[in-house]
Design a binder for this molecule. Structure first.
Ligand code: ZN
Length: 541
């Protein structure tokens, strides 16, 4: 044990281990070497105060275990979110204006890149390639859809990528063309989008890493001390290692690499081999599967087809092969997470985990991601199988609407849409419910996740709640980002509680997260975040 504290935090409310209220016996916390060493009153801190001890006055703020986003893609998201943010653009007129303004600041030959584009704008543009060409003064333009399932590019961009007409893709990707076979500028799904991404200018690695660190610092300012990273795509692991070699990481990362549909035995072995990769604040700890796609794209797996005849099958060519692959990791004590959005997809994952012998199932923490629509009969199975649900309440709010007029609800029809994101029903069964954002699909700001969990609406906007009966208590929402995110990666003896001996990953709220109104909770700045005992965000006085 270190004899003196590195930091003493005073004048704070400290969350009790049960997460339901604030401690009566302590308003100060001492930490050293990245660990919490003591809780108590100011007088009890005297023994911990040495010549090098820093004191932080939380000014009556509220100290909780560090908030952890249970599902995000920080490296991939970083690399996709380049250029203009088009999330607020509502029509072609606004798009033209935004592009013209951005283009005016660029050299004549430079790429103009953007992200967050609403694909329904396409309905207003027959040939986006020509529209973008004109708006950007002939520059090559590359604009990603907000769901990352497509892009709109300009004539010059098509030319640079050598795209002159239709092509066949095994994955179902598509280059949209007019009757004459001329590309319109719309590219659907990864294989088509990658043709243009491959010729985009790349950031130099040093600049890319610096930009990632700046992103992680913004995440810390948004209340986060950690993330569960649901991919290790590209050079992600090398990026974590390189960033940590430069300086301490601002967040703690638990990483689950993908097992692609139809993976061979050699591919399973390769993901198994990655389980040993780790640094101080990053660690591979599981395998991520996809059993289906999305409702909006018609690629989810439902018991009955959607209203357009879509969402009828699994992503894996053989669902049995998926089950065997999960068993492969389960037998080796490796956590699994499976993306399962449709009701049949969730059923198949639960059936798969139910088929594991109980001691094997209990040897690792298995989780199901998203669970967007679920019938009554499967609600209780998470608790009975001890399979952990991981959900994104902000998706319910952002991508569905109370009047069911949105594309997600329309495709499901009223019965299944009414069973959307059943966070309260699942939490009521007693299973630890993990919460997250799936950034960059939705914002990583922990305040938005909390607000959407407790009110099913965005903070600061007077819109009707989506699925109002599925609101969580403030304590349950907080647990979804703290105690439960620790439990699902089997770190509950060192993360997810403010107790001596635990890692000093802490979030300081300026308002009481157990009692503040949702608009206040959703917008008040965080006063402090610490990761591994290091201050990663501190509100200016
Ligand atoms: Zn994801």
């Amino acid at each position: 044990m270190t004899s003196f504290a590195d930091i003493i935090i005073r004048n704070s409310h400290i969350l009790r281990p049960d997460g339901l209220g604030w401690r009566e016996d302590a308003d100060c916390l001492a930490l050293a070497g990245g660990k919490i060493c003591a809780l108590g009153r100011a007088a009890e801190m005297a023994a911990w105060r040495g010549p090098g001890t820093e004191t932080i006055d939380l000014a009556g703020g509220y100290l909780t275990p560090g908030l952890v986003d249970g599902h995000a893609h920080p490296i991939q998201g970083h690399d996709l979110q380049i250029g203009l943010d088009l999330a607020e653009v509502r029509d072609m007129g606004q798009l033209r204006a935004a592009l013209a303004q951005a283009a005016s600041a660029l050299p004549p030959d430079a790429w103009l890149q953007g992200h967050g584009l609403d694909p329904s704008l396409l309905a207003q543009a027959g040939h986006p390639a020509d529209e973008l060409e004109a708006a950007a003064g002939g520059r090559p333009v590359f604009l990603l859809f907000f769901d990352y399932h497509g892009a709109m590019v300009s004539r010059a961009a098509l030319a640079r990528a050598g795209i002159t007409g239709p092509r066949g893709f095994a994955s179902g990707a598509d280059i949209l063309c007019d009757a004459a076979g001329r590309p319109t500028g719309t590219l659907l799904e990864t294989e088509a989008v990658e043709l243009v991404r491959a010729v985009l200018p790349r950031l130099e690695q040093a600049a890319r890493l610096a930009s990632m660190r700046a992103l992680f610092e913004r995440m810390a300012a948004a209340g986060l001390t950690g993330m569960h990273v649901m991919d290790a795509n590209g050079d992600s692991l090398d990026c974590f290692a390189a960033l940590e070699a430069q300086a301490k990481l601002p967040l703690r990362f638990h990483i689950l690499p993908w097992v692609n549909p139809g993976a061979t035995r050699a591919e399973l072995e390769a993901v198994l081999a990655l389980q040993s990769r780790a640094g101080r604040l990053w660690r591979v700890c599981g395998a991520k599967f996809f059993i289906d796609g999305t409702i909006d794209a018609g690629t989810a797996w439902l018991h009955e087809p959607d209203t357009q005849g879509g969402s009828t099958g699994p992503h894996w060519p053989s669902p049995e092969a998926y089950s065997e692959a999960v068993r492969f990791f389960g037998e080796r004590g490796v956590h699994t997470a499976t993306h399962a959005i449709g009701d049949k997809a969730v059923r198949h994952v639960l059936d798969t985990l139910a088929s594991l012998p109980p001691p094997i199932r209990a040897a690792a923490r298995h989780r199901v991601e998203h669970i967007e629509t679920l019938p009554d009969e499967d609600i209780g199975r998470f608790a009975s199988l001890q399979v952990l649900p991981s959900m994104q309440p902000s998706h319910a709010v952002r991508y569905a609407s109370a009047d069911l007029s949105d594309p997600w609800s329309q495709r499901l029809g009223p019965v299944r849409a009414a069973r959307g994101w059943r966070t309260a029903d699942i939490a009521a069964t007693g299973v630890p419910l993990v919460l997250g954002s799936d950034w960059p699909i939705a914002p990583y700001d922990a305040r938005e996740i909390l607000a959407c969990a407790v009110a099913r609406r965005l903070p600061g906007r007077a819109l009707a709640p989506v699925g109002a009966e599925q609101t969580l208590s403030r304590a349950a929402a907080l647990a979804g980002l703290t105690r439960h995110t620790a439990y699902v990666v089997q770190e509950e003896t060192r993360l997810g509680a403010v107790l001596p001996g635990y890692d000093a990953d802490l979030t300081g709220f300026s308002v009481d997260p157990l009692n503040a109104g949702v608009d206040e909770l959703g917008t008040a700045p965080f006063r402090l975040t610490l990761s591994d005992g290091q201050v990663t965000h501190r509100l200016a006085e």
